[in-house]
Design a protein. Sequence first.
Length: 91
Amino acid sequence: MDDDGLIGLDEYLLLSQAIGGVPAQQMKEAFHRLDRDGNGTLDPAEIDAAVVEFFTSDDPNAPGNWLYGPFRTAAEPPPAILNNRDRLQTV
C-alpha cells in the first residue's frame, strides 16, 4: 500500500481480511514464519520462496505452507466452515 515493494505486517493482515476465515493472530504467526530474514517485511524473494514452497512442500512447518495461515490438509475445513457448521442443514 505504500509502494515500497515490501509487505509489512499491517499490509499482510489486510490479506487475512480479504480471504476471510483466518484469525489475525494466526496471520501474524504466518507473517513471522514467512519473514525469513526477520527484518519485519516480506520482500519479493521471500514471497517467491513462499509460493514455491506452498505448492511443493508437504511439511506443515515449512514457512511457505503458512502463506494463507496455518497448514491444513484437504480433509480439514477452514475455520469459517467450522464456525458455521451448526448452520448447515442436510437437504
